[in-house]
Design a protein. Structure first.
Length: 342
């Protein structure tokens, strides 16, 4: 049987070995590898000394820079490593951007946990984002961080969180903030996902607004853009919310529009993207959607591109206990084996 003896690996760095080394260094309380990854070997922030991705470090475009800073922040948020880095290199724009990343990550975690300091941490994060935007004006990440904070304010009480949408059928929201990120890096994957989180937070009910948003974003995206996978996320979220309320849940994935979304993501994103640099989450959502749509041959190509790596979402949605990673791994393995069997 294909995949016999195969064990998937969950690792945020995936195929990015330079990021993997930086994460290992970070977990030991050191910031050197993170600084080299983001500042470059000579300690300057990007190719022009003003922040941003650097071809020499392997983060040759804003999407890679965005992905790396996000993943690093998830580990750094539980440490004081970025604080130490900023203290030792106060002029580093990369350190300023990472400070904003860490502040936002802490604010999001506090909000989810209902921590009494959640509001204060959100204000601290907002200040850090504005400082990073001033220090690195060409960088989309500070604006992406502001979008993440906007998702903590679904009622739109914050300044700029209830602006008019760019198209009919879309809700009011932080569209001006998205436009600032878009101005710096058109079709930035994380920026559009952060906006999707804001749309989700507006209501726990029907996902019509999210469906409209994902379709709007994908319709305008160029060939090879990860935004073509956005509708797959909304479909997975609807599946998650409907569990226990919908009969024959597997029909959710073989419906005509579900099959069309999966094939469109395959044909307009996967076949034209740089697969080693693609988001593991995007690849897992595509493999999951194609498997559910019974497009086993196409799904097999995505599983092969993933190599040994997998993510628990969206496979966990198909289990009776979504918090149990072992069950999600079992579902992934069964789907992978079925698709690779031909």
């Amino acid at each position: 049987m294909p995949g016999h003896g195969f064990r998937p690996v969950f690792h945020p760095a995936g195929h990015d070995h330079a990021l993997r080394h930086a994460l290992q260094d970070l977990r030991t309380g050191r910031w050197g590898e993170m600084a080299r990854l983001l500042e470059g070997p000579d300690g300057r922030d990007g190719p022009d000394g003003h922040g941003g991705p650097d071809d020499r470090t392997g983060a040759g475009h804003w999407d890679g820079w965005t992905r790396r800073t996000q993943i690093l922040a998830t580990v750094a948020a539980g440490t004081d490593v970025v604080h130490t880095w900023r203290a030792e290199r106060p002029g580093s724009a990369a350190a300023s951007v990472m400070h904003a990343r860490v502040a936002v990550e802490r604010a999001v975690r506090a909000h989810r946990a209902g921590h009494p300091r959640a509001r204060a941490l959100r204000q601290e994060a907002w200040t850090a984002c504005r400082e990073a935007a001033d220090r690195a004006p060409a960088d989309p990440v500070p604006w992406i961080c502001l979008l993440a904070l906007a998702a903590l304010d679904p009622r739109g009480d914050g300044a700029g969180h209830r602006t008019a949408p760019p198209a009919p059928m879309l809700p009011p929201g932080p569209w001006g903030v998205l436009a600032e990120a878009e101005k710096r890096d058109p079709y930035n994957r994380e920026a559009y996902h952060r906006m999707l989180q804001f749309v989700y937070a507006r209501t726990e009910g029907p996902l019509a607004e999210a469906v409209n948003y994902a379709q709007w974003a994908a319709a305008s995206a160029p060939r090879g853009s990860a935004l073509h996978a956005l509708p797959l996320y909304v479909r997975a979220e609807r599946y998650r919310r409907d569990r226990g309320h919908e009969h024959a849940l597997d029909l959710h994935w073989v419906a005509e529009d579900a099959v069309r979304e999966a094939r469109r993501a395959m044909d307009t994103w996967f076949l034209f993207c740089a697969v080693p640099e693609a988001s593991q989450l995007d690849l897992n959502h595509l493999a999951h959607a194609l498997f559910g749509a019974l497009c086993f041959a196409d799904a097999a190509r995505v599983f092969e591109a993933l190599g040994p790596y997998y993510t628990t979402a969206p496979w966990a949605h198909r289990t009776p206990r979504p918090a149990d990673r072992a069950l999600a791994e079992e579902v992934f393995l069964r789907a992978r084996a079925r698709c690779l069997a031909g």
